[in-house]
Write a protein of this length. Structure first.
Length: 862
């Protein structure tokens, strides 16, 4: 997307730095050293004499395989590198020992690589030792490879002229092979690879690329543990700050949002207030890929009597989407079916709890249920009886009032008569949900989220949106309608999702907290790291099914915005929301691998939405990193299609955020807007502490400065249940009783509560202008036109105070009161909270930024 400044810089250096004693050209040996379980990618060594080889790096990865899932794939064997007649480099490699595909990628300079493709060329066996020959006459490349299949070895070939379409594979002979691979010694190790000749400028650019990458790594590794030494002589830094309102610019007033993904038990057992775990008996071994033998339809359920047993049945369920139910064969009434909740059921004395169940008798006449909540010693805290039921599924409801506060209650369901009883969708909700919604959200957790004043909510992922394989793609329409008819699913984060917190609940939550919904739908491809049902992107949704998928995307917009007389608008109205939700944004794709497979599907969806709903802002995707192939290709595609906004993701160490504050200053304002959809500062051990939080606060001052192009941001992930995390750090931790916002949360909250809609540049003069100091002091001044308030945000990531003289005389702020919020602490503090006070400010006033702090001064502007 950007002019590649680094490439330009390297080429410039390479051009001007050719010294008189350097060769015009030399040899480059391309190979893979095979380290890290064959994920070492493409490595280079150079030589002037083809004898003595010098590794560039060493073992520096110029190209990595993107095929398949992390951990088990992403391998490269036997890369074959050649340059075509147009000067374009092509690399082909073997993906694995037993895959019928090979990989191809192209590059103009050997360090910026275009999208990869993985053509399937044989029916069985592997694709090993791939080689390419060019037939000048036919302008055609012949690709040959060795195929091992069940102990027999054959040679096959295919031809192509564009590395996109290939002729049918044919058997070849030894005569078709070039045998170009050579064996040389690199850093004392014997390596096998291919030798090409390059100009010295090109080789020098490779060397510089590696040097630049190492420098970049050093910057990334920069952290506060170096501060004691680095700043040992640093005393209070003086700062003079003055604002330049004449250069103000309009910025997005949507900058701070939240990204809710069902990761870390964020939904079931988390924000979704349901207290019964596995209410529908739909847990399956496959939810956890068979790694947990207790993860079955009976998970979280037991019987009070060890002698008794219950079965799971699937004949005549309540709904076809909810196949499993429990069957209790009661000889002597008194046996209870017991649910342990999500690590216990938390009850508060005096609060009401709403129970519901679907029940029917499979034999025996009538029955009814006693429902009890018991503490961990089995003492009954409250109980109630349901109405009677007989041979057909019947929904029964009852209310209980807790007589005691406890963290570890259990729910008991006790049939009162003998006979075979079928039970399903056994549910218990606190009456007190957020805004008292039925099937609602946990009030305390939702409130902490609402307190951030997020302007929008991205949902449902993240990886949950595109799923672990084609079968696991999140289909929004499976998550609306009656709970018993929703389609529960394996959660990509290795557990189960009931879809109880589905699209309806999500949109309602947005409305309740005055935030815009930003749903994300898969771009017709699953997660690029998928490991279920194939490798990685898996060719995407078959083209013959894409029309239906495109329609599904369009249906969401009709469901959200359509009149109640439309097909989907009617379904929304029947669920209790006759008025449209007024959806404005839709995300298509999540940090996907940008391939031809992706482009074809994304373009179909994008064009259809643009044509039918031009008022909707489509948000595209540009990969999982701030750089690299997916980022570059994603931006190119977005620019080509004029996608209004793209979603960028990067999880980086604090050093990256400190050293890249100019990242968006370089962005081309005429291209797509940016939604920074996932970011967080990551330190080793993954804490959420003052160091990570302040580096985020620091970076956000730069984002605010660029909020004419970066219009939305969300920290990720949002929620994590203590003891059930798959990802750290997160913004808000919780258990069944308490909510524990992190220091990073307070940064988001301070930004969310102090947003503006115009940015006022400021001039900062520091008494110490060294780079290390300069990069750790940041300011952002915004104005909120609704209140007319001026908001000054100041970040100090230094171990010393910054004594600032702030000159706001360009505004009329004479003798105002201001609200000052200060978040500060030692870099490793995880418990710091902002202090709030009222201070007096004048046109010119002094304010001292504490060491390691984030201060927000909100000034009433009369
Ligand atoms: O935020 C956690 C995960 O990080 C998201 O699901 C995914 O998009 C990213 O890789």
């Amino acid at each position: 997307m950007k002019i590649n400044i680094i490439t330009f810089f390297l080429l410039f250096l390479a051009t001007v730095s050719l010294r008189a004693n350097e060769p015009d050209s030399a040899y480059v040996f391309s190979y893979t050293c095979g380290n890290n379980n064959n994920t070492a990618g493409l490595n280079f060594a150079w030589s002037v004499d083809r004898e003595n080889w010098h590794a560039i790096g060493p073992e520096f990865r110029f190209l990595a395989s993107d095929f398949g899932s992390w951990g088990s794939q992403k391998k490269m064997f036997n890369p074959f590198l050649f340059q075509d007649n147009n000067g374009l480099w092509h690399c082909l490699w073997t993906l694995n020992d037993d895959i019928q595909q090979f990989a191809h990628a192209a590059s103009t300079d050997l360090y910026n690589w275009k999208r990869q493709s993985y053509p399937e060329v044989v029916e069985a066996g592997n694709v090993a030792n791939i080689e390419v020959a060019f037939d000048e006459q036919n302008k055609e490349y012949t690709i040959t490879w060795m195929n091992e299949n069940n102990g027999s070895e054959k040679i096959f070939k295919t031809t192509t002229n564009d590395f996109k379409t290939y002729s049918a594979t044919e058997e070849a002979t030894k005569a078709d092979r070039l045998n170009l691979r050579e064996t040389v010694l690199v850093d004392g190790e014997v390596q096998t690879g291919v030798i090409n000749k390059l100009s010295w400028n090109e080789i020098d650019a490779l060397i510089k690329w590696n040097e630049w990458s190492r420098f970049h790594e050093q910057q990334r590794a920069d952290n506060t543990s170096l501060d004691a030494e680095r700043f040992k002589n640093l005393k209070t830094v003086d700062a003079e700050i003055s604002v330049l309102p004449e250069n103000s610019k309009t910025i997005s007033d949507m900058l701070i949002g939240i990204f809710f993904e069902d990761i870390n038990y964020a939904a079931d057992g988390g924000l979704y207030a349901e207290l019964v775990q596995n209410r529908g008996f739909e847990y399956q071994l496959s939810d956890r890929k068979g790694s947990d033998m207790t993860w079955t339809a009976k998970k979280a359920w037991s019987l009070s009597d060890d002698e008794a047993s219950f079965a799971i049945d699937t004949v005549a369920p309540i709904h076809k989407n909810n196949k499993h139910f429990a069957v209790l064969d009661i000889e002597k009434p008194g046996v209870a079916l017991v649910n342990e909740g999500f690590n216990g059921i938390s009850l508060k004395q005096g609060e009401k709890y709403n129970f519901s169940v679907f029940a029917k008798m499979l034999n025996g006449a009538k029955n009814n249920l006693r429902v009890a909540l018991v503490d961990e010693n089995g003492e009954v805290l409250t109980e109630v009886k349901t109405k009677a039921f007989s041979g057909n599924w019947k929904k029964l409801e009852a209310q209980l009032t807790a007589t005691k506060t406890t963290a570890k209650a259990k729910l008991q369901v006790i049939p009162q008569e003998a006979g075979k009883v079928a039970l399903d969708m056994i549910s218990l909700f606190p009456e007190n949900t957020f805004k008292n919604r039925k099937n609602g959200l946990r009030a305390d957790l939702a409130q902490v989220i609402a307190d951030m004043k997020p302007r929008f909510v991205r949902f449902p992922g993240g990886c949950v949106a595109h799923g672990d394989g084609l079968e696991n793609i999140y289909h929004w329409n499976n998550t609306v309608g009656p709970l018993e008819a929703r389609v529960p699913q394996r959660n990509i984060w290795n557990y189960h999702q009931t879809a109880g917190l589905g699209y309806y609940e999500y949109f309602q939550f947005c409305e309740d907290i005055d935030a815009e919904p930003v749903p994300v739908l898969a771009a017709g491809v699953p997660c690029q790291n998928s490991s279920c049902g194939g490798h990685g992107q898996q060719g995407g949704i078959p083209m013959c099914e894409m029309d239906a998928y495109v329609q599904e995307v369009l249906d969401l917009i009709e469901w959200a915005n359509g009149d109640k007389n439309t097909k989907w608008g009617k379904i929304r109205a029947e669920a209790g929301h006759p008025e449209p939700f007024n959806l404005k944004y839709i995300g298509i794709g999540n940090e996907d691998l940008i391939t031809d497979v992706f482009e074809e599907r994304f373009t179909m969806i994008y064009n259809a939405v643009r044509e039918q709903y031009p008022e909707i802002t489509v948000i595209g995707t540009v990969g999982p990193f701030y750089t690299g192939t997916d980022y570059e290709e994603g931006w190119e595609l977005a620019t080509k299609l004029e996608v209004p906004m793209v979603d960028e993701h990067y999880y980086q160490p604090p050093g990256w955020f400190i050293h890249n504050q100019d990242y968006y200053d370089r962005y081309d304002r005429s291209k797509s807007k940016v939604y920074l959809g996932e970011y967080a500062a990551h330190l080793p051990g993954r804490p959420n502490n003052i160091e990570t939080a302040l580096s985020e606060a620091l970076y956000l001052t730069a984002v605010e400065r660029n909020a004419d192009v970066v219009t939305m941001t969300t920290y990720a992930p949002l929620l994590a249940k203590e003891g059930f995390t798959q990802w750290n750090p997160d913004l808000i931790y919780f258990n069944n009783e308490e909510v524990h916002p992190t220091v990073g949360y307070y940064v988001q909250k301070l930004y969310g509560n102090n947003a503006g809609d115009s940015y006022i540049p400021s001039e900062v003069k520091l008494s110490d202008n060294s780079e290390a100091v300069r990069k750790r002091v940041a300011i952002s001044v915004v104005k909120d036109s609704k209140t007319n308030d001026i908001i000054v945000k100041l970040v100090n990531l230094l171990p010393a105070e910054v004594a600032a003289k702030i000159d706001l005389s360009a505004f009329e702020v004479s003798d105002s009161e201001a609200v000052l919020s200060v978040l500060k602490g030692n870099p490793d503090s995880k418990t710091a909270k902002p202090d709030e006070s009222i201070i007096s400010v004048a046109e010119k006033f002094d304010y001292t930024l504490p060491a390691y702090s984030f201060s927000v001064i909100r000034i009433k502007n009369q």
